[in-house]
Design a protein around this ligand. Sequence first.
Ligand code: GDP
Ligand code: IMO
Ligand code: MG
Length: 430
Amino acid sequence: MKADVLLGLQWGDEGKGKIVDVLTPKYGVIARFQGGPNAGHTIIFDGKKHVLHTIPSGIFRDDILNVVGNGVVVDPVIFKKEIEGLLESGVSPFDSLVISRKAHLIMPTHGLLDAASEMAKGKLKIGSTLKGIGPAYMDKTGRNGLRIGDIESAHFLERYALLRDKHVHMLVQFKDYKYDLSKAESDWLEAIEYLKKFKFIDSEHILNKELKEGRGILAEGAQGTMLDIDFGTYPFVTSSNTITAGACTGLGIPPNKIGEVFGIFKAYCTRVGSGPFPTELLEETGEKLRAAGFEFGATTGRPRRCGWLDLPQLKYAVMVNGVTQLCMMKADVLGEFDEIEVCTHYMHKGEKIDYLPYDIRPDEVQPIYKTIECWPGDLTRLRDVADIPASLNAYIKMIEDETGVPISILSVGPDREQTLILKSDLRNDT
Ligand code: GDP
Ligand code: IMO
Ligand code: MG
């Protein structure tokens, strides 16, 4: 048995949470492999909206093991809040959610360092979610970090204090940054105690055993390919590998045990935070997309920047991830338009190119568009593949031809039910 991977192909918020939830009944295990509470994965069913940050999106289905993998960074305070939210919704996650001992902890001082560093950057700030992600991964690669497994050690508090003091010392350089650590620290220590209600596991052993025994695993990514630390629009990226390879290092699953790779993308593009975005629409059309798609961040509530679909970017993401199946989201939002644009090429140093070059800042690349006839009207009630408008089928075919990968899921609304499975073996009844 192989593990499948599901991840974002653009700048995050593609709709990963929704599709993980849709596909979960096909699997026994859902495992988050990187990122932390910078993620916000929205799942809507039975008229209720749920937003998950650290917890895998399989949590609402019965008989599923949800694993927070070693590649994830966990903020105990946010984790506790998420659990309390689930309990309020009638979901008890105590038996179905486990955490890797090798996952790293986000400390309150990581959040402070994130905020101070962004403040010091001024106009050049990344636009971080300020959840302490960058500083926590810095401590991981700098070999200073605290891990979930350390909570079980008798020396945990001692080690915590040592690293906290190091951070406090680092914060001295940000002279204008004022903070008060005491309340955040007591909340954090209380949340550490709460975390002990969950099973800490050696997840790489469990996951490989599950594969051997034939229980399907779906690895859930966070963020998106253009936010990948290596392949994204560096330095305007997050601090982990969001691509398929990240599922191997973030879970301990060997590369030759990866099966299908589901690439999630919106029928247009969005980005939240700073950094290059070649097809961004800065005028009314962008605002129209934002309003129609309700493009506001699930974690920070910030308005998302909006733009047209970018094929060189999408093809790049398909390439670095080895995507085998595409899932196109938010096709209903484009129903607001008679015509849309799609970027097919860039002008780069006087040359027309169809790939993503090293630098995609506006002074380096200018998008070249083709106009596409749209599918005006309300798609949100569409349930039958036979009723897909011809112009939408043509859009699907164009993307399949350009990427060389089939679109197997079409999403026409935020609800679990507003999903068309175009590939029969993905249907839950097959
Ligand atoms: P994720 O981070 O990739 O899981 O995505 P987010 O949850 O941050 O953002 C996706 C947003 O789009 C959420 O508000 C979803 O409820 C919503 N959504 C997902 N699929 C669709 C769709 O097909 N149509 C519409 N209109 N909204 C969708
Ligand atoms: P999901 O999983 C969209 C963006 C931030 C910022 C940059 C770095 O919901 O798709 P960080 O907090 O990691 O230091 O921020 O990355 N970012 C996201 N954008 N969706 C996300 O997650 C994101 N996680 C981080 O806005 O530009
Ligand atoms: Mg999101």
